[in-house]
Design a protein around this ligand. Structure first.
Ligand code: 0X9
Ligand code: ZN
Length: 305
């Protein structure tokens, strides 16, 4: 990671070079869970002993949300190097195996660098139905698929795809999640809004079995953020407090017909709309500080580095 500046946005090539460089570090495993539509790797980073309970984190389901990708790289670095040079933190946090998918939509991300900064979806061809490209991966999971806040038009930015789990990116994520045991939490990072969302978003009727616990954790996270940098984040149940939108990775991960992870949250990172997806790099440092604190509110409380 020598030379990798976490406080700036990186090209896909730089991201992949950084990830490949992690393979030499003891206690860190770098793998690929499959390929994207355009056959790029879907990286998975495991930090800590793989027999331990897991906290699963992903970033970059939506291509244009660059704050999220930046966050995953910072988290990886903090888990490996935070605290000291002799991996003191990795040892202290060895009650958890951290699983991080730092970029679940690499084709879309590349497109935001080369062609169109505000691309959201993957880069699936929708031929012969349409010449419009892409499926919204966060409408493609099998949880009330195509029910709400989504579209069956391939030209829409919230196109849910021809069927649930039609996309190689969501399929690979599903298969890897289902293959892992002892999952304590699933945290999927998006931008922007400064909002922590818990299930369900898929409909107003659906209710998480542990809604009280989810609400308590989300509140603790936003309080920690506020105490750390003073940033104002909101929190709440998806459909009523954010908006209804079905087929999301958070709801699928929580549901017992999906990955069955008790704590499942979408964290919408900075900002609240001033710069939106084009968050200035100058805000990344504070965003990291507040979210490094927030992600540790639960079992593994360590001071932020
Ligand atoms: O609409 C989304 O997919 C997320 N917001 S974003 O602006 N990053 O696109 C919110 C996802 C909340 N969870 C579900 N709708 N399941
Ligand atoms: Zn998003």
């Amino acid at each position: 990671s020598v030379g990798f500046n976490f406080n700036v946005y990186h090209t896909l090539q730089e991201q992949f070079a950084y990830l490949d460089g992690l393979a030499d570090i003891p206690g860190v495993t770098v793998s690929s869970i499959g390929n994207s539509v355009e056959l790029r790797k879907l990286y998975k980073i495991s930090i800590g002993n793989e027999s331990l309970p897991k906290i699963v984190v992903d970033c970059g389901i939506h291509a244009r949300e660059w704050a999220a990708h930046a966050w995953c790289y910072k988290l990886i670095d903090d888990l490996i190097n935070g605290g000291s040079t002799d991996m003191k933190r990795i040892k202290k946090e060895n009650s958890v195996n951290w699983i991080i998918y730092p970029n679940l939509n690499p084709d879309g991300y590349l497109h935001t660098w080369t062609s169109y900064r505000y691309w959201r979806k993957n880069r699936a061809s929708n031929l012969p139905q349409s010449t419009c490209i892409g499926v919204d991966l966060n409408r493609n999971y099998d949880i009330e698929w195509m029910n709400a806040g989504t579209s069956n038009s391939p030209c829409s930015d919230v196109y849910g795809g021809p069927s649930a789990f039609s996309e190689p990116e969501s399929q690979a994520h599903r298969d890897d999640m289902l293959a892992m045991d002892k999952k304590l939490a699933y945290l999927t990072y998006h931008a922007y809004s400064q909002f922590i969302i818990y299930p369900y978003s898929s409909s107003y009727a659906a209710e998480a079995w542990n809604k009280v616990e989810l609400d308590t954790v989300a509140k603790a996270m936003v309080d920690t953020i506020s105490d750390t940098t003073g940033a104002y984040y909101e929190y709440g149940e998806g459909a009523p407090s954010f908006y209804p939108a079905s087929g999301g990775s958070d709801d699928w991960s929580h549901n017992d017909s999906g990955a069955n992870v008790p704590i499942s949250l979408t964290i919408e990172l900075r900002d609240r709309g001033q710069y939106g997806f084009a968050l200035p790099e100058s805000q990344l440092e504070d965003m990291f500080i507040e979210n490094l604190a927030a992600i540790r509110v639960r079992n593994h409380s360590l001071p932020p580095s």
